[in-house]
Design a protein around this ligand. Structure first.
Ligand code: SF4
Ligand code: SF4
Length: 317
């Protein structure tokens, strides 16, 4: 049996009406693609042939906007005794508060509410607090992912607000390691319609950004198109489909995982890092310097600016 050491991450959809400028999934209400309940049922049948730690993240876009699929997924995961965590912005709760109870009826899961600095004007805190309270009444664990953006703080703003509004909840959870994940802002803004991500300061002299890719290639990332991707950081790229490893309903796990391990582009990213590719291509990147500190910044900027050249280099072998 094939084995992975990371988690299983489903991008249930990439639709969301909120249009956050730095959405790391490039979610838009115009994208109607979503995983279907039937697709998930077939996938879970195949998942029996793969050993993994049993931890599943359901994300998007906004997974609650594909409720039938999400419900099927939570049910299938619960039957297989996997743990599900749903990453949500929470805006859906205003019009559809009953969805949480319907979901809880088919299986256990935890919620991870995304408290992004860009959500501050879009998703009112009263709604977030109402969602937390509803989840706690259903015995659903509530966690958070916080993300600041340049010039706007998220961590202290949200932590202070939770502490003030829900003091018992804050006290009981503040020491729990999974409770709050703080993630960096990565300049993932698509180039055309939004501010260019690859413009601004030159690269700093040295830093972790020169390292090899340490985050990709461990998780099993499934896009809303049902294809298997090497990491969840690539979905804002216009060429993202060309980075898909394969189709898990058509190819076996050994074939897919061998393809991922042997694909020259992925091997170079994993062993030498995206900066090595910049050097190979003789390309200099200019990056917004505010949060620039890891290889993913280089990787996304490189692909966004020179994606065709990178793919051509590795097509040649
Ligand atoms: S709420 Fe989340 S999924 Fe929706 S656009 Fe904003 S960052 Fe993207
Ligand atoms: S370095 Fe590139 S391939 Fe690796 S996790 Fe970051 S975005 Fe993904």
């Amino acid at each position: 049996m094939k084995k992975i050491t990371g988690n299983l991450i489903f991008f249930v959809n990439r639709k969301c009406p909120l249009n956050c400028p730095s959405c790391s999934a490039a979610a838009t209400p115009l994208n109607n693609k979503e995983l279907s309940p039937l697709w998930l049922t077939e996938f879970f049948n195949r998942l029996k042939d793969l050993e993994f730690p049993g931890y599943i993240t359901w994300t998007g876009g906004e997974p609650f906007l594909s409720f039938k699929t999400l419900k099927t997924g939570i049910e299938l995961a619960a039957e297989a005794k996997y743990h599900s965590e749903i990453l949500t912005g929470g805006a859906w709760f205003d019009n559809n508060p009953g969805l949480l109870k319907q979901l809880r009826a088919v299986g256990n899961f935890s919620l991870r509410i995304s408290l992004d600095a860009e959500h501050q004007e879009k998703i009112p805190l009263r709604l977030i607090f109402a969602l937390i309270e509803a989840a706690l009444r259903l015995n659903v664990e509530v966690n958070f992912t916080l993300r600041s953006i340049p010039g706007r703080e998220a961590a202290s703003f949200y932590k202070d607000a939770i502490k003030k509004a829900l003091p018992d909840f804050y006290r009981k959870n503040r020491g729990r390691s999974r409770w709050i994940h703080t993630i960096p802002h990565i300049g993932t803004v698509p180039e055309k319609e939004r501010t260019p991500a690859c413009a601004g300061a030159p690269l700093p002299a040295s830093g972790k950004w020169q390292n090899s890719c340490r985050q990709g290639f461990r998780d099993l990332v499934i896009g809303e198109d049902g294809l298997f991707y090497p990491c969840c950081g690539l979905f804002t790229l216009s060429c993202y489909r060309r980075l898909a490893v394969g189709d898990p309903l058509k190819e076996s796990w050994p074939v897919l995982l061998n393809k991922q391990n042997r694909k020259p582009l992925f091997r170079v990213l994993k062993e030498k890092g995206p900066y090595f590719i910049c050097l190979e291509l003789g390309k200099q990147l200019e990056i917004r310097s505010s949060s620039f500190n890891n290889p993913c910044d280089v990787c996304l900027a490189l692909f966004r600016r020179y994606g065709e050249e990178v793919l051509a280099l590795f097509d040649r072998g």
